[in-house]
Design a protein around this ligand. Structure first.
Ligand code: G6P
Length: 764
C-alpha cells in the first residue's frame, strides 16, 4: 500500500510537471516572440520617421547635420543608437554609444543596401544582444545609402528568464497542491472506504458480524460493492446453512432447509427438471420514465414459490403482465431471475387484453374465485369468459410443451384455479410428464361447486393430473365428492385417489407455508419488539398510540377487512380506556381493481375507516390507519415486529400466509395472532385466538384478550406456533409435494411412451 502511494505520488509529480512545463514552454516562446515583434515594430517606426530627414541631409552631403540628426534620436528607450552609411556601406554618421560598440559595418545593413529592402536581425554583440533594423535610403529613385537602428534586446532575455522563474514557482506550488488534494481525495474516498470494507469483510469472514450489517459506503465502487455484498450474503447463507445442518444433526430434528430441498429435488428428479406454471409472475418489469423497475407482486403464491425455485433452479412459466416485461426477455421470452442474483428461469407468456379480461378477470376472478370462497359475492359465469379461459389454458400448454421439450419425465407443478384444464392438456401431449396441480383456494362442497356451468370440464381437466393438492383435508374431501358427482370415475376414499379413464389421480393436503427455518443469523437481525420502533412507525404515520394492531391484505372481499374494522370499533366502544391508546394499522394492497366489486370495495374500506376515525379520533390519535398501497416485504416487516397483535379475519381463505409471516417475524416471541377459523391456517395454528369474523363481538373480545394476555402466556403460544411453522415451512411443502408426485406410478400404458426429446433427438 505504502509502495503504491509512493508510486502514485511520483507519477503524479512527473505527470503534472511535464504537462505544466509543456504549457509554460509554449507560453514563454509566445512571450518572447511578442516582445521581439514589439521591438522590431518600434525600430521600424523610428526608422521611418528618421529616414526622410536623413535622406535630405545625406543627399545634400552634409555630414555635420547628419551627425546632429542622429544624435537627437540617441536617447530613446532600449535604443543603443543609429548610424548612417553611404551607398558603399561606408559609415557617414553614428551616435557616440553605438560608435563604441560597432567596429565594422553590420551585415544586416549591407544586405539592406544590396537588396534595397528593409532588413532586421537579432545578434549577439559581445555580451549584449541587439536588434539591428536596416533601411535603404533614397533620393527619389536613386539609392543613397542605409540607415541602421540598433536596439538593446537584452531586456527580452531578462523578461523571458523572469517568466521561466515564475513558471517554475507556479509549477512547484501546483504540483504540491494537486498532489496534496489528490492524496486527500484518494484517502477519503478510496483507500479509507477500501480499508473499512476490508475490515468489514474480515469481520464477516471470521463470523464476528452478519452480512445484514451494512457494508461501509463504497460510493465510487457501487458495482463492486454490490457484488461484494451479494457474495457476503451467499457466504453468510452458506455458513448459517452449515451451522443449521450441524444443529439439526445434533438435535436429531428433521427440519427442511433450502439446501435440503435442493438436494432432495435433485435426487428425486433423477436428472430431470422442475417446471412451475402460474398466472402471476414473481417479478414484473415496469417502466418509470427512462428507468425499468422490478416489482414483486403482492401474492401469497409468489411468496410461497419463490424460495422453492431459488433453492432448486428450474423454469417458472407465468403471464408477463408488467408493462415493460417484453423489454426484459430474450428471443425465447425468457430471463433469469431474481434480477440481482439469478437462480432460475422465468418464461413469460403474453396475453391479449381480451384474453386477460375474459380468462383472468372474468372466469378466474369473477367466476371461480367467489365460487370457491363462498364469501357471499355472487359468482358470474359468462360463456365468452369460459371461451377465453379455455384458449389461455391452451396457450399456456403450448408454452409448457416448448419449455419441457427435450426433458425426459419433467416434473410440472401447475398452480391454482387459473389452470384447471392444464393438467389434462399437458398429459395428452406428454404422458411421461409428472403433473401436479396445487389449488391455492378452498374447494367448496359439491352443491356450491355445482353452480358452475362448466364444472364437468373443470373437474375433468384437473383429473388429467397425477396429483392434486389442497391446503387442508376438508378441501380434498369436497373435491372427491364433487368428482364423484360430476364425472364418471371411481373414487377410492381409502387411498384418496380417483380413477378416470384408466388414469389415477392422487388427492392430498399440503398445507402451504412461508420461508422460515429459524435460521439464527436471520433471527439475529430480526431484533424484535421495540417501543421506539413502534412509536417511530406510528409517528411516521402521523399518529401517537401506546398499542398497535396490524392487518396486511390484498383488498379483497374474502379477507373480512370491513368486519375487522367493525370489530375495532366495537372494541373501542366496549373498552373506552383504550380510546386514545390503541391504533389499528391496515396495510391494503389494491388488487384486481379492474373488477367493479373490488373497485367498490376499496372505496368502502376507505369510507369505513374514515367513519370510525371520525367517531373516535382526537389529538394525535386515531383508531384506524388505512395504508392503501402495495408494500414490499421489507416495508411490512417492521409493522409485524412492532405490533401487539395481528388480525387475520378472512371470511374464507385457502391458507392465509399473512398469519404465518407475522409469526415468522416475531423472533422476540411477543405479540398475538387473532385468526379467522375459516382459514386453512387455523387448522395448524391452534394457539392463535381463533374467531368467527362474522361475529363482531367475538373479534372485539379477542382484541381485548390479546392486549390483556399475560406475557408468559403469549410467549408460550408464540413459541408453539413458531415451532409449527418452522417444522412445516415452505421447503417441507415443496419437498412433500414433489416426493408424492415422484412416487406416483405413471400409467402403465404411458410408461414406455417415448418422450419427445426435442427436434435434434427425434431426428436422430
Ligand atoms: C390468491 C390466489 C393466488 C394469487 C393471489 C393474488 O392468494 O390463490 O394464486 O396469487 O391470490 O392474486 P392475483 O390475482 O393478484 O394474482
Amino acid at each position: 500500500m505504502r509502495l503504491l502511494s509512493v508510486r502514485l505520488i511520483v507519477s503524479l509529480i512527473l505527470g503534472i510537471t511535464l504537462v505544466s512545463l509543456s504549457f509554460s514552454y509554449y507560453h514563454v516562446i509566445g512571450e518572447k516572440r511578442a516582445l521581439r515583434a514589439d521591438l522590431e515594430r518600434r525600430a521600424e517606426v523610428l526608422g521611418e520617421s528618421l529616414a526622410g530627414n536623413v535622406e535630405k541631409a545625406l543627399g545634400a552631403g552634409s555630414n555635420q547635420s547628419l551627425q546632429r540628426l542622429v544624435q537627437r534620436f540617441g536617447n530613446r528607450e532600449h535604443l543603443i543608437g543609429v548610424a548612417v552609411y553611404d551607398r558603399q556601406a561606408q559609415l557617414v554618421a553614428i551616435t557616440p554609444e553605438l560608435a563604441k560598440m560597432l567596429t565594422s559595418t553590420p551585415l544586416t545593413l549591407t544586405d539592406a543596401i544590396h537588396s534595397d529592402q528593409d532588413e532586421s536581425s537579432f545578434l549577439q554583440l559581445g555580451t549584449t544582444s541587439i536588434l539591428i533594423v536596416a533601411l535603404p535610403l533614397h533620393r527619389q529613385d536613386e539609392l543613397l545609402g542605409g540607415l541602421a537602428i540598433v536596439h538593446d534586446a537584452g531586456y527580452i532575455h531578462a523578461q523571458t528568464l523572469r517568466v521561466w522563474r515564475e513558471t517554475f514557482l507556479r509549477v512547484l506550488a501546483q504540483v504540491f497542491l494537486i498532489v496534496l488534494i489528490t492524496l486527500l481525495i484518494v484517502r477519503s474516498s478510496i483507500t479509507g472506504p477500501i480499508a473499512r470494507a476490508a475490515q468489514w469483510m474480515k469481520a464477516l469472514r471470521t463470523g464476528r458480524i452478519s452480512s445484514r450489517q451494512e457494508m461501509p459506503n463504497l460510493d465510487m465502487f457501487r458495482p463492486l460493492a454490490r457484488e461484494v455484498a451479494t457474495m457476503a450474503e451467499s457466504l453468510n447463507q452458506a455458513r448459517s446453512a452449515a451451522e443449521n445442518e450441524a444443529r439439526l444433526r445434533e438435535a436429531g430434528e428433521s427440519m427442511w432447509t433450502p439446501e435440503r430441498l435442493s438436494v432432495h429435488i435433485q435426487t428425486r428428479l433423477e436428472g430431470s427438471r422442475l417446471f412451475v406454471v402460474s398466472n402471476r409472475e414473481p417479478y414484473m418489469h415496469q417502466r418509470d420514465g427512462k428507468s425499468l423497475n422490478v416489482v414483486v407482486p403482492p401474492s401469497g403464491l409468489v411468496t410461497a414459490l419463490e424460495p422453492v425455485l431459488n433453492a432448486c433452479d428450474g423454469t417458472w412459466i407465468a403471464h408477463g403482465s408488467g408493462d415493460a416485461d417484453s423489454e426484459a426477455v430474450d428471443a425465447h421470452d425468457r430471463l433469469r431471475v431474481p434480477p440481482d442474483d439469478p437462480r432460475y428461469t422465468l418464461r413469460r407468456v403474453w396475453l391479449t387484453k381480451e384474453e386477460e379480461e375474459g380468462y383472468y378477470y372474468g372466469f378466474a376472478n369473477e367466476g371461480l374465485w367467489p365460487l370457491c370462497h363462498i364469501a357471499h359475492t355472487r359468482p358470474l359465469f359468462r360463456a365468452s369468459d369460459w371461451q377465453h379461459y379455455q384458449d389461455v389454458n391452451r396457450k399456456f400448454t403450448e408454452a409448457v410443451l416448448q419449455e419441457i421439450d427435450g426433458t425426459p419425465s419433467p416434473v410440472i407443478l401447475v398452480q391454482d384455479y387459473h389452470f384447471a384444464l392444464l393438467p389434462r392438456l399437458i398429459k395428452e401431449k406428454r404422458p411421461d410428464a409428472r403433473v401436479a396441480i396445487f389449488w391455492h383456494i378452498p374447494w367448496p362442497n359439491p352443491e356450491a361447486f355445482g353452480i358452475c356451468p362448466w364444472q364437468r370440464q373443470l373437474v375433468d381437466g384437473l383429473l388429467g393430473a397425477d396429483l392434486i393438492g389442497f391446503h387442508i383435508q376438508s378441501h380434498c374431501n369436497n373435491f372427491l365428492q364433487t368428482a364423484d358427482r360430476v364425472v364418471e370415475s371411481r373414487v377410492d376414499r381409502e387411498h384418496f385417489s380417483i380413477l378416470r379413464q384408466q388414469h389415477r389421480t392422487m388427492v392430498r393436503p399440503f398445507p402451504i407455508s412461508v420461508d422460515f427455518t429459524g435460521d439464527e443469523s436471520a433471527e439475529a437481525s430480526n431484533h424484535g419488539f421495540n417501543y421506539l420502533e413502534r412509536s417511530s412507525l406510528l409517528r411516521g404515520l402521523g399518529v401517537e398510540a401506546t398499542f398497535m394492531g396490524i392487518g396486511v391484505d390484498r383488498v379483497d372481499y374474502t379477507k373480512g377487512i370491513l368486519e375487522r374494522f367493525l370489530a375495532v370499533e366495537r372494541f373501542l366502544e366496549q373498552h373506552p380506556t383504550y380510546q386514545g391508546k390503541f391504533t389499528f394499522v391496515q396495510i391494503g394492497a389494491p388488487s384486481r381493481t379492474h373488477i367493479k366489486r373490488y373497485h367498490d370495495l376499496l372505496a368502502e374500506v376507505e369510507a369505513e375507516a374514515e367513519r370510525i376515525n371520525w367517531r373516535f379520533q382526537g389529538g394525535k390519535w386515531k383508531p384506524i390507519v388505512f395504508l392503501k398501497r402495495y408494500h414490499s416485504h421489507s416495508e411490512i416487516a417492521p409493522y409485524y415486529r412492532a405490533a401487539d397483535l395481528c388480525l387475520v379475519t378472512s371470511l374464507h381463505d385457502g391458507m392465509n400466509l399473512v398469519a404465518k409471516e407475522f409469526l415468522a417475524a416475531r423472533a422476540d416471541e411477543r405479540g398475538m395472532l387473532i385468526l379467522s377459523q375459516f382459514t386453512g391456517a387455523a387448522r395448524e395454528l391452534r394457539d392463535a385466538l381463533l374467531v368467527n369474523p362474522y361475529d363482531i363481538d367475538q373479534t372485539a373480545s379477542a382484541i381485548r384478550a390479546a392486549l390483556d394476555m399475560e406475557p408468559e402466556e403469549k410467549q408460550l403460544r408464540m413459541q408453539r406456533m413458531r415451532k409449527t411453522i418452522r417444522e412445516h415451512n415452505i421447503y417441507r411443502w415443496a419437498g412433500d409435494l414433489i416426493t408424492e408426485l415422484c412416487e406416483v406410478r405413471l400409467d402403465a400404458a404411458h410408461q414406455d411412451a417415448a418422450p419427445n426429446l426435442g427436434v435434434g433427438m427425434s431426428a436422430a
